[in-house]
Design a protein around this ligand. Sequence first.
Ligand code: FES
Length: 575
Amino acid sequence: MTRRKSPQQLRSHRWLGVSDLRAFGHRSRLRQFGYDAQDWAGKPVIAIVNTWSDINSCHAHLRARAEDVKRGVLQAGGFPLELPAMSLAEPFVKPTTMLYRNFLAMETEELLRSHPIDGAVLLGGCDKTTPALIMGAISIGIPALFVPAGPMLRGNWRGNILGSGSDAWKYWDDKRAGLIDEDEWSEIENGIARSFGTCMTMGTAATMMAIAEAMGLTLPGASSIPAADANHPRMCAAAGRRIVDMVWEDLTPDRILTPASIDNAIKVHMAMGGSTNAMIHVVAMARRAGIALALARFDEISRTVPVIANVRPSGAFLMEDFFYAGGLRALMAQMRDMLSLDCLTVNGRTLGENIAGAAVHLPDVIRPLANAVSTEPACAIFTGNLSPRGCVMKPSAADPKFLSHRGPALVFEDYNHMAREIDRDDLDVTPDHVLVLKNSGPQGGPGMPEWGMLPIPRRLVRAGVRDMLRISDARMSGTSYGACILHVAPESFVGGPLALVATGDAIEVDVAARRLHLHVGEEELAARRAAWTPPPPRYERGYGAMFAAHIGQADEGCDFDFLKAGAPVPEPEIH
Ligand code: FES
């Protein structure tokens, strides 16, 4: 360990180490807990930012895991303090957790800034919690280590393996088509989420936890450990031990996050066949670190990195299998020639050192590069007259026949309009139609909800149709699949071209050419624009009003404009 800081240089020293009336107050209040000077004097104070709550089943184990982290902190000579933060339970938070990602990022930053904290262990994993915690930690800039909650165990129904989200959509369509009954549906409800931990498909949670590891922000291998595996609490204790040394070494996020480490994360994202949501979060994290990142970079990388993680929804297996196959270290070892191996990570070693010796144990779960899961890339970025600032598709999870398609639009003005219409038996729709959903973006949703996998109209589901081309300014769950074009920017709510699409307009997509085109003439579009009126604001007061005033578009990572990197924020005065 290279000791670079003295105890007097610790941030907490200003609260606890000086001899004045304020420090007397701080120390006396620590003594009120039953602590003594031996607990804190000269020791790094470590915050354990915990997104546990009684409503977040993905994080149900994090209360216990915080104790494991504390054990490690104490072993290494630190002083652990658990600080609860908003838990952002993906299934329960409405209208969408994405409305609150920046809220948690701000909470994390300000929790750490306002307290006598020298380093932080961040406990999260359910979708938005990973980017939010990391964004906040980047902005405060103190040493921070991310502890992924880990995926839950595989689901089970009558011997069939069930995956979070993906199998819910699949069996819901079967139920709508009359192929399974209420009792069977109820059994699936009992079997699809069998343990604590995050979704165990390659949804946003698994993608973002892997990205955090690829960026160098977790201990090696941490992101793949199932939540219920005894390796998980051991990893937590190791994280507690390590963060203490990180404080002494002053190993801050800006030393770890570089253009090369961000590229590593995007490459891993593509190899995992990861969630489209991750693009928004990676852009936001990079921008917090002062690294400009254009959507085009995802497209460039996706053309060179094949999907090799055979995990649903792009593949066949689940994250538990991925762990048994060797986990993320094995996947990164498989693609080591594509990665920048000299990037520094939280354990003080390089990525290359961390993956040395890692091997694939189940070659059908983590495939060789030459035997990819899909010949299609994990993402494709389009621009064009419908989406001048970009939109995204996941070709590897789509029916190949929609990778080149032209069809008439069927437009829904908002989610409620779609919900009213989609199951009508007389809906005028064919499998060739392109379903278009407006007003579902960052401002319009609000919060860009995961509505992008629009349901297939019921009359087509009954006829056996399971995929259609769909376009929206919404996101979709990483556990979703289908020919869904998402994140259209600028969004329709602020007057983006999507707002001008009418039912019957021809829309053409050609994934190979990265072409998405609305076949409506310029003159007609200008006339429609002149007739377009902006919808009323979604919120008049509170956090929602602040969100609407400051939220960026998808290509900007949907961060608030006032949270951008570079603007100085003073340390708190201690009076
Ligand atoms: Fe928490 Fe999917 S609901 S990770």
